[in-house]
Design a protein around this ligand. Structure first.
Ligand code: SAH
Ligand code: F3S
Length: 436
């Protein structure tokens, strides 16, 4: 049997897609290896969301070029968003590549490989608004069976001005609820302890009369011992009905990721986000009222087109008001062909972007510290994910809020739920002691 090696960059959606690819290949006489040196086929599943993500992949391709020089039989394929964005151009720019595929063409991988092995160079990048990979089940291979990703919708129709995703992942489409439930049930049968429902904008999930609130409830009811997470919520579309379902089911994780991007109404409008700062703060209020123990996280972009010091201060001020439990923070990176690239000037100087980003990060560090401080003395149900990086005797797990807790315990507990009382903390983690 021939062996393939796959490397994955970017978001959870890509991790899931790589599992689909593994499933397609292993049912077509391929075997996976985690060592590229013994692979016949090297695959790189890529991200295009920021320029940096693409630079990293190009660097990696340099290494695979050297590998291929030693063994010219090897084939190298690039998958995912960067492939969709650059298409055949990549075959010219990166001669190491034998083929390029976008996120909607993986079903054709066996046929594509046949052509590739007969000497063709191929870019198969047609987006398909109907492709949901129905009846293809991801290959889940976590030895500890902790968390299973389940994609509920693909693509995105929001067209935020800065974002490449609608171009690389195509039109928004929701997967059939029956198939989602079946996939979750499979994960439960395999012994997975948590599912994570994925979509670029889960709040727009809609299949016939099933909206996201209904779907979430159906998934939560499958097994009250299984924790249900979801990602990502969208401020304009997040409805109270979703929050009410969360409040009703204890096994739905107390965590909402609600990207704000900016605290300035002027910038939000230029970003075409479809909500105002006031609307966003109202959504935060609703979360705090309906699901009081819910952690709230966000994404923030520093230095978007025309952002002034005043706009930036509005972001700082919004952060102060909300006090996010965690945040992912980026400096604006112009992506070719997006609305912003075509219509707005990328005019905030690099050093100003960096300075603003650092101010945002410093403030978030303070808020993360405060958020963790509040947890001292509390006991949480923790799903053990692994040993901690520092010591084999220490375990690392997550509570319902998604916070990382480190505590002493036996490796045998990995993949199980335990109760942990928090006695100390840092800005990044909680430190606890196992109960009973
Ligand atoms: N719908 C997805 C968005 C994926 S992109 C979600 O909400 O998770 C993830 C984050 O990357 C965005 O929320 C945004 O903060 C950031 N991002 C997207 N495009 C960017 C760009 N051009 N420059 C900097 N950050 C960007
Ligand atoms: Fe991107 Fe906005 Fe969709 S950030 S993925 S266009 S919700």
């Amino acid at each position: 049997m021939k062996k393939f090696y796959i490397e994955t960059y970017g978001c959870q959606m890509n991790v899931y897609d790589s599992q689909l690819v593994k499933s397609i290949l292993t049912s077509n006489h391929w075997e996976e290896t985690d060592n590229y040196k013994e692979a016949d086929l090297i695959l790189v599943n890529t991200c295009a969301v920021r320029e940096h993500a693409e630079t990293r992949v190009r660097g990696r391709l340099g290494l695979f070029k050297a590998v291929k020089k030693q063994n010219p039989q090897i084939k190298v394929g690039l998958l995912g968003c960067m492939g969709q964005r650059l298409k055949e151009r990549l075959l010219e720019e990166e001669p190491v590549l034998d083929f390029v595929m976008g996120p909607d063409t993986y079903k054709r991988l066996p046929q594509t490989l046949e052509k590739v092995y007969s000497g063709e160079k191929i870019a198969d990048v047609k987006l398909d608004k109907n492709e949901n990979y129905d009846e293809i089940y991801p290959r889940r291979d976590d030895p500890y069976k902790v968390s299973a990703y389940v994609t509920i919708s693909r693509g995105c129709d929001n067209m935020c001005a800065f974002c490449i995703v609608p171009f690389t992942r195509g039109r928004e489409r929701s997967k059939k609820p029956d198939l989602i439930l079946k996939e979750v049930e499979q994960a439960i049968e395999m012994g997975y302890k948590e599912v994570n429902l994925l979509g670029q904008n889960v709040d727009k999930y809609q299949y016939e009369d099933v909206d996201f609130a209904r779907l979430l409830e159906m998934v939560a009811r499958l097994d009250s011992n299984m924790r249900v997470r979801f990602l990502t919520s969208y401020p304009q579309h997040m409805k109270n009905s979703v929050l009410e379902v969360m409040a009703k089911y204890e096994n739905i994780a107390r965590n909402i990721h609600l990207p704000v991007q900016s605290g300035s109404n002027r910038i939000l409008e230029l970003m075409r986000r479809g909500y105002t700062r006031e609307w966003y703060l109202d959504r935060i209020k609703a979360i705090r009222e309906i699901v009081p123990d819910c952690a709230i996280g966000t994404d923030i972009i520093a230095g978007f087109c025309t952002e002034t010091e005043q706009d930036h201060q509005q972001t700082i001020d919004l952060m102060e008001q909300v006090q996010f439990d965690y945040a992912f923070m980026f400096k604006y990176s112009e992506r070719p062909n997006t609305y912003a690239a075509r219509n707005l000037p990328d005019d905030v100087p690099e050093e100003v972007k960096i300075r603003r980003l650092n101010e945002i990060i410093d403030l978030q560090n303070k808020h993360s510290y405060q958020s963790n401080k509040k947890d001292v003395g509390k006991t949480f149900r923790v799903l053990v994910e692994n040993t901690s990086r520092r010591s084999e005797k220490q375990l690392l797990g997550r509570n319902s809020q998604g916070k990382v807790i480190i505590f002493e315990g036996d490796k045998k507990l990995i993949g199980q739920y335990v109760d942990v009382e928090v006695y100390d903390f840092t800005q990044a983690t909680l430190l606890g002691k196992m109960k009973n």
